[in-house]
Design a protein around this ligand. Structure first.
Ligand SMILES: [Zn+2]
Ligand SMILES: [Zn+2]
Length: 327
């Protein structure tokens, strides 16, 4: 806890743009393991996600994974939001909400150095099941309006620990892209009587990377990042819980394919993966976005929110299909 803010952290709305930020003091104390080691060869005594260092009897453990765990969920030690924070908000010029919410960390494997794309399809499917279970748990908490799953891989993508993990953040309101995307989905539906994402699946054509039974993977028309991709279910599903068993297996193998093929094309690069979904909004269409971090964000991106993408999405899709079919 800090002296600067009454509730530890705050979600603030920018009076200039209407965009939100989370102000979290004291995060510079987080571990910085990744900077020293981006591979399996690190000092494991410093890794907080080793089987020996994670205390399974600890109350902070949300999903034990059993005696011989292969996926474990713990509370984030350095959370942006806290369930102990009273939910408060203020309107007006300095609009804010107190930093109420939850952060959890899904440790994907007990083996340091193993990566998500190394897992077989069954293990990745299990990871999806655990994510679903925890999302349900967090949606069950008071005042929680949206839950987001994301993965940072590599220091340049914001990961502070090398050991394979995914994060879940639960917000007391809809934030950022969730609001923007929901608004555009609703407008598109009203004007065209069709789901925006189902329209994208049918129209992206040359930018289609993988066509599966249940999922289509695209390089979106206006991708912000070089090598950006989006995995979209063909069926209208707004929330991960609604995916069938078959769809989960297909999603698992699709995620593995996208990350492995990107690695083949670009080498082992940092990346972010973000699940876009909203349990309460039936109009929303579930999708997963993956952004390799091949370039740094600079002035145009930060100052004007316009991204410079140096790989034409059409070309990325062509190269992806070539690399994918060769493997
Ligand atoms: Zn480790
Ligand atoms: Zn849809």
């Amino acid at each position: 806890m800090n002296e600067d803010l009454p509730y530890g952290s705050e979600i603030r709305t920018d009076y200039r743009t209407g965009e939100m930020c989370v102000v979290v003091p004291g995060r510079e104390n987080r571990p910085k393991e990744v900077e020293e080691e981006d591979t399996a060869a690190g000092d494991l005594s410093k890794c907080p996600f080793e089987p020996d260092t994670v205390d399974r009897k600890n109350l902070e453990v949300m999903h034990t994974g059993g005696d011989h765990w292969d996926i474990m969920v713990i509370r984030n030690k350095f959370p942006e939001l806290s369930g102990n924070t009273p939910l408060m908000s203020g309107e007006g010029f300095f609009a804010y909400t107190s930093g109420y919410g939850y952060n959890e960390v899904v440790i994907e494997t007990p083996k340091h150095g193993e990566k998500l794309e190394d897992f077989d399809e069954g293990k990745i499917k299990k990871w999806l099941d655990v994510l679903t279970e925890r999302e349900e748990g967090l949606y069950g908490k008071r005042y929680i309006k949206s839950v987001m799953v994301f993965k940072n891989y590599g220091a340049a993508a914001g990961a502070s620990i090398a050991h394979a993990h995914t994060q879940i953040i639960a917000w007391p309101e809809l934030v950022g892209t969730q609001r923007v995307e929901l608004d555009r989905i609703k407008r598109f539906e009203a004007e065209n009587r069709q789901c925006l994402y189902e329209n994208a699946i049918s129209k992206e054509g040359v930018r289609t990377m993988i066509e599966g039974n249940g999922f289509v993977t695209l390089a979106p028309f206006a991708s912000r990042m070089a090598g950006e991709s989006m995995i979209v279910p063909r069926r209208h599903v707004n929330y991960i819980l609604e995916l069938t068993e078959d769809e989960r297996y297909e999603l698992a193998s699709t995620i593995k394919t996208v990350i492995s093929t990107n690695k083949k094309m670009f080498g082992q690069q940092p990346y972010n993966m973000v699940f876009h979904e909203l349990k309460s909004e039936k109009d929303f269409h579930f999708h997963i976005e993956i952004y390799p971090r091949l370039a740094k964000l600079a002035g145009i991106e930060l100052g004007q929110d316009v991204f410079v993408n140096t790989i034409v999405p059409e070309d990325y899709a062509i190269r992806f299909r070539e690399n994918f079919t060769q493997s």
